[in-house]
Design a protein around this ligand. Sequence first.
Ligand SMILES: [Zn+2]
Ligand SMILES: [Zn+2]
Length: 335
Amino acid sequence: MEANGPELRRDRLAGRWVIVAPERLGRPIDFHPVVHAARPSSSRTCPLCPGHEKHTPPESFALRPRRSAPDGPGWRVRAIPNKFPALGREDRGAMGHAGLPFPSLPGIGAHEVVVDTPEHGREWADLPLGQVRAVLEVYRHRMAALGQAVPVRFIQLFKNKGREAGASLSHSHSQIIAMPVVPDDAAREAARAKREMVRTGRCPYCLMIEEEKKAGSRLIALDRHFAAFVPFAARFPYETRIVPLRHAAEFRTASDEELAALAGTALKVLTRMKERLGDPPYNIVLRQAPLVRSAAFHWSLDILPVLTHIAGFELGTGMFINPVRPEASARELRR
Ligand SMILES: [Zn+2]
Ligand SMILES: [Zn+2]
């Protein structure tokens, strides 16, 4: 029997407390899903569909047959600058001054969109493995390319699937933001991991993976290259982390073989989420180390179904209340 009372768990590397409170919900199986109204979405007006390439800025990269011209149809995966970027390539004269108490910098960086498939209306769980692997190859290419730019110190790749997860276009796509600052959370986690490595002589992520393998209760999938598990202090029901067994801080170092394995594991998890959780909206977050040499870090692909809301408690405390025990989430996704 599992205890059912509330429990405070700490993610030591993230430096975050989570309240696991299963009594706030019935059994996990009752957790059925956000209901989606079928939303009209048409490939006729979609700027990301093939044939509409002129509606987007010129592509920065695409997987397409050798003789097909850029910015026309024929591509398998297409990367384009975001037409409405959060950060731009040039300093357009925004106020930038470093004075206290209001430090500010010009918003220089990059914001790209990766169109995951030419097929409107198909999500990752509907795509063949080769297509997801192709998307991951484009991620690797773009993250390596954007990381070369001088002021870039951090790159965040993410995917929002469904309006409740923050998507504004229904055509399956991902986004990459390259920025001149390191987010505080990432900086602190890298620093904690480094301290831990110095203190114990071991990579804390390698140690965590070892412990997850040994315990097995939060493990969802395991192969030669990746472990997929629900983190001990998961913030959300069914939150899943896919982490390379190889000690690798940055995604751009992933091998072709690793990308193929990652595509397989990600599809396995997403297919189960679709079947068992009623096709929920979700976010994918590719976590990696800040682009300064971080010896003690493993990048990871995190899949976060959107089944709960971030509300006042979370905004006030930076803590989360997870109504499904991570072990119960893993059990549901493992079977
Ligand atoms: Zn479309
Ligand atoms: Zn390691």
